[in-house]
Design a binder for this molecule. Structure first.
Ligand code: G3P
Length: 215
């Protein structure tokens, strides 16, 4: 499974890139609004740090505006993927950008039918938001499982990018289900590597090694 960082914060992205397991980055207007620098400059810098796909979201709600903004984002770097919110206008924009060979990530997906439509329109990725589904007491991972099953039924190559991840459990469940990508906050990515028994084991090995040193 590919690991993406859900962030526009360059210090975190640079640190995550050093782990050697970072396959891409997803941003959105909310994440970009947290940064001081201009979004174009932020996205350009991210695209230099990470070779993999960097998602940049359009804010227009109309087909023409989405395409225009998508083309602008894509001009920043060859690894920019245009994020398009799920809607009928969004489907048109996904189709148009696909015809221009500009890859898209259909975002704010909350059902298997939305995911299927986005894939049929030509999206390279679909982003079901598991955390926000959980927030309204809908089991987000069950929706991901259904999407993965539907895409498998029809041998759909569009990648399932699990988003709105809030915990390591979400990442583990996404991997178990067979989703293609998990995009997660830096705090979650750091938590994946930690386990209390590992910490205890390291302390015990260190203490026992000290006994040898103190002989
Ligand atoms: O990539 C989408 C993600 O940033 C949304 O996360 O926690 O605001 O639902 P959240």
């Amino acid at each position: 499974m590919k690991f993406f960082l859900d962030s526009a914060h360059l210090p975190d992205i640079r640190e995550a890139a050093q782990l050697g397991i970072l396959d891409g980055v997803t941003t959105n207007p909310s994440l970009l609004s947290k940064e001081e620098a201009d979004p174009v400059a932020v996205l350009r810098e991210i695209s230099k740090v990470v070779d993999g796909p960097i998602s940049a979201e359009v804010v227009s709600t109309e087909h023409a505006g989405m395409v225009e903004q998508g083309v602008e984002w894509r001009r920043i770097a060859e690894n920019i993927v245009v994020k398009i919110p799920m809607s009928t206008e969004g489907l048109k924009a996904i189709r148009t950008l696909r015809e221009q060979e500009i890859p898209t990530n259909c975002t704010l997906v909350f059902s298997p039918t939305q995911a299927l439509m986005a894939a049929k329109a030509g999206a390279a990725m679909v982003s079901p938001f598991v955390g926000r589904l959980d927030d309204i007491q809908v089991r987000g991972m069950e929706v991901v499982d259904e999407i993965v099953q539907v895409f498998s039924n029809y041998e759909i190559s569009t990648e399932v990018l699990v988003a709105s991840i809030r915990s390591p459990v979400h990442v583990a469940d996404a991997a178990r289900i067979g989703a293609d990508i998990s995009t997660m906050p830096w705090s979650v990515m750091q938590a994946l590597a930690r386990h209390p028994l590992t910490d205890i084991g390291i302390e015990r090995f260190f203490a026992d090694w000290q006994k040898i040193q103190n002989r």
